[in-house]
Design a protein around this ligand. Sequence first.
Ligand code: 13P
Length: 353
Amino acid sequence: MLKKQDELRENANKLAARGKGLLAVDESTPTIGKRLEGINVENTEENRQAYRGMLFTADGLGEYISGAILFEETLYQNHLDGETMVSKLDKLGIIPGIKVDKGLRPLAGALEGETWCQGLEELAERTAKYYEAGARFAKWRAVLQITPDGCPSDLAIKENAWGLARYARICQESGLVPIIEPEILMDGSHAIERTAEVQERVLNEVYKACAQNGVFLEGSLLKPSMTVSGAGASTKADPETVAITTMRTMDRCVPAAVAGIMFLSGGLTEEEASVFLNTMNSVPRKGTWSVTFSYGRALQQSCLQAWKGTDIEAGQKAVLARAQANSEASKGDYVAGSQPSAQESLFEAGYKY
Ligand code: 13P
């Protein structure tokens, strides 16, 4: 049995608490650079500190957000006022988490463009240090894509599922709740039924690998993409079809013991991400897990635009608005359009984190 089993269960349940979700602010330095460039702010450590420090001092954010996923730099960073970012989060009642994967590499022997996710080497040593620094959960993003010529291959599914399960088990040894993230990119023009078929194969393989590795499911979280049509599909499934199909996929594949399902936004607009989540919490389903959010782009876009590098108050107001919208959506209580949002598409082909 894992030494920290009770603590893992307790923290996983706190992260998946009713009406709460995760704020994913673990963009790598080049990716946060692209976000900052969009508002004409230079990608310096100082500006990253100012931006994330603004988020972590938004009064009341902990009412909607249970955990924040950090990039390593932020876990060890101080706020401008000298206090650690971890302590700022503690004060808001937000649990700090850490992205631990080391990014994607081409998967030899698989199809063109397929990847594996690196970072298992010395992961046990790193997770022990992250726990010491205050992190209580972790994220590992494995990526699969759907193409007309056969992606994802069985090899890519197997390799990525195995990596997620190895990572999850190693994290649990150190007392970190693993977020298992098998993202299926929205790239492509396939119909929603094709996404559903692929996602069922992927999730079945992920939980088979978790069983083989002895992952403690009660102390783990799933972070899937929603079952949606390809971004380039000529007809896109409506929110109700997305919600019913996604919940069918989850009902078929996610064990009841898993503490919570926290969806990524994957390039949906801020409003779409909230409406889809709300609809998922309004249609019937069999699973009793909490169905909530772990959004990056869909929680930060209007906030970045309001902050613009200096306006702390406007930035905080914007992030609180989207956090509240998604909190309501996780209970099926969100009224579409009741909170301001950025209108533009957040989709990027071949998205890198
Ligand atoms: P998005 O919500 O922007 O897809 O990001 C969430 C995330 O953490 C992806 O790994």
